[in-house]
Design a protein. Structure first.
Length: 617
């Protein structure tokens, strides 16, 4: 009987269909997840629940605003928020992500951005892995695709998801140039020049260029050392070049090509940073200054958890696996008394790089060091050099892939253990309810509504922007582009609906306007010290603040406010041109502030009620 079972299993494993399934099993979760995500987002449509913070309250409204004003490609124009901000302060038109919003409705473009990020992350990971693994790639194919899927799904900052997902693509291009393979070298430089279309200079580009410059310098120095060992004391002499020297020159060319590519794709950003004389809020931003114990705690925290803009969910599965492997692997090296292997193991080098980025993140809050950087490079005042932490998600998943490949080499059972680990890593990313996990939030909220028979308090995409409601209000009041403001909800809602706002959210606008807007909200700031510090030390959110609550702005159906009075200077509001106030709170002191109620409007599903006030004299 046992012999029959063994023979049956042997015949089964020899079947072509069985071989193909075991070889390409990863296609089922990859294709299945993409189809499921598309079905959820397009099936529910704008009834989906999308992350608000730094997303619907910021970039989605800006893209829609540029669409409303037809200003994607315009120059020398202002967009109607924060009293009129230069178009140059908003995302570049030479961006694949921006292109989606030019071509498709905003919600559709957003969903395509999510799906596109997953594909970019997965195939970028595959390209780099194949380049590094060479002929061994076929053996590790399932681990590569599944790790790439996990990295692609990671719910990064949506507006810059392409930039996060495409990091392996940039490394692959630079590796191609480093090796100098093929005669059509100009194609690799051309691809590198176009790379900024899927990247972002302030988040990744400036650091990639910095790392590239250090690599070039290291290769040149190494080349000189090798020549000296061979008796060549000068860089000229016989005219021969070491392999390191040739690679250094190719990467030096890559540095300039990539720098020019970023300058071309983000010419608006470079123009504002380098050639604009306008003093911006960056000059008045006050960053945290932590003690050394607090810095060490922060380093440990970002090592374990990362940060929400770059949440790779590595702490759920990747970190434990890498930690166990780190201990076991290095214990074996030490047991063999092979210290050199400890220093040269690629896995250990990845761990050092990850820790380095965490240390930089912590040291950013060490005021003497931050002040030194700002004095050495004045145009970067207020710039966050701790964003090297944004590379850590890629490094964590690269380290995981290295562990999986070594498990594949250890034997059949270890191979299936590796497959189980990577599946758990994928599930951890999908099922962890992070800030930008729109798939989880949509499925959870819709399931809750189905089984409990009532809606959640959170607003869906459709309810948040309430397009039909605002169209009704605009028609009733005869709105024709006058300046307005929002109270009790995000000004982005007004911007999305084609209403010009004195308030708004932007990390780079005129310091003078920040001071002018402060006159409007001075009564509220005088009553709330925490809010005053928040505005004066940062100021990116120029909102109408409460005089009694820390925040009354939320993406919920319920308005959480303990006071129905508004604390603002009506004269200062009118001085900036304000004529309308849209409020989710019925104001008991409207007349005292110079406001007169024009009407009350409620969405058909009751999710939002807006009170419209006039501030005209």
């Amino acid at each position: 009987m046992a012999e029959w079972k063994i023979e049956s299993m042997k015949k089964l494993t020899e079947q072509k269909w069985f071989i193909r399934i075991t070889k390409y099993w990863f296609l089922f979760p990859v294709i299945g997840f993409l189809l499921f995500a598309a079905a959820v987002f397009f099936g529910y449509g704008e009834r989906s629940y999308i992350g608000v913070h730094d997303n619907m309250d910021l970039f989605l409204a800006q893209f829609q605003m540029m669409k409303n004003t037809d200003s994607f490609w315009k120059h020398g124009v202002d967009v109607p928020f924060l009293g009129g901000v230069s178009r140059d302060n908003l995302p570049s038109e030479f961006s694949l992500y921006s292109l989606l919003f030019m071509l498709f409705p905003t919600y559709t473009a957003y969903v395509l951005g999510i799906l596109g990020k997953i594909l970019i992350g997965m195939f970028s990971f595959r390209l780099l892995a194949k380049e590094v693994l060479g002929v061994r790639f076929e053996k590790y194919r399932p681990a590569v695709y599944m790790t790439g899927l996990a990295y692609g799904i990671c719910w990064f900052f949506p507006a810059f998801g392409f930039a996060f997902a495409s990091i392996p693509l940039c490394v692959w291009l630079l590796l191609k140039l480093y090796k100098g393979q093929g005669r059509r070298w100009y194609l690799w430089y051309g691809a590198l020049f176009a790379y900024p279309l899927v990247s972002y200079f302030s988040y990744h580009g400036i650091f990639i260029l910095g790392y590239l410059a250090m690599a070039v310098l290291w290769l040149f120095c190494r080349g000189v050392c090798l020549r000296k060992r061979k008796g060549r004391e000068t860089l000229s002499g016989s005219g021969e070049r070491t392999q390191e020297g040739r690679a250094a020159w190719r990467l030096l060319g890559a540095f300039f090509v990539l720098a020019i590519g970023f300058a071309a794709c983000e010419y608006r950003l470079f123009g504002q940073m380098l050639f604009s004389e306008e003093v911006t809020i960056r000059a008045s931003i006050v960053n945290a200054s932590l003690s050394l114990p607090e810095i060490f705690r922060e380093i440990g925290q970002v090592f374990r958890e990362g940060i929400f803009h770059a949440d790779g969910v590595h702490g759920k599965a990747v970190l434990p696996v890498c930690a166990i492997y780190f201990v076991v692997n290095n214990a074996l090296y030490i047991r063999k008394k092979d210290g050199r292997a400890v220093m040269r193991d690629p896995f250990n080098l990845l761990m050092v790089f990850i820790l380095f980025n965490c240390v930089v993140y912590g040291l950013y809050d060490f005021e003497p060091l931050r002040s030194l950087v700002e004095k050495l490079i004045p145009p970067l005042q207020g710039w966050q050099f701790n964003r090297t932490i944004f590379f850590n998600p890629f490094l964590w998943y690269a380290a995981l892939l290295l562990v999986l490949c070594r498990l594949y080499d250890a034997g059949v059972w270890q191979m299936w253990l590796a497959n189980g680990i990577v599946c758990i890593a994928v599930l951890a990313v999908i099922l962890t309810p992070t800030r930008y996990n729109d798939l989880y939030n949509t499925c959870y909220n819709r399931a809750y509504e189905h089984f409990h028979g009532r809606e959640v308090d959170e607003l869906s995409y459709e309810q948040f922007y309430a397009v039909d409601l605002f169209e009704e209000m605009k028609a009733d009041i005869g709105y024709k582009g006058e300046w307005a403001a929002a109270y009790g909800f995000h000004p982005a809602v007004l911007e999305y609906n084609g209403i010009a706002t004195l308030d708004g959210y932007l990390g780079f606008y005129s310091q003078q306007y920040k001071e002018d807007f402060r006159k409007i909200i001075a009564p509220a700031l005088e009553r709330m010290e925490a809010t005053r510090i928040y505005y004066d030390d940062w100021g990116a959110r120029a909102y109408l603040y409460s005089g009694t609550d820390l925040s009354i702005v939320s993406a919920t159906k319920t308005v959480y406010a303990t006071d129905d009075r508004i604390y603002m200077d009506g004269e200062a509001f009118r001085a900036l041109g304000g004529e309308y106030l849209f409020s989710r709170i019925s104001l008991s002191n409207a007349q005292e502030t110079g406001l007169s109620l024009l009407g009350e409007y409620t969405a058909q599903d009751g999710s939002m009620k807006i009170h419209v006030y006039s501030c005209k004299q």
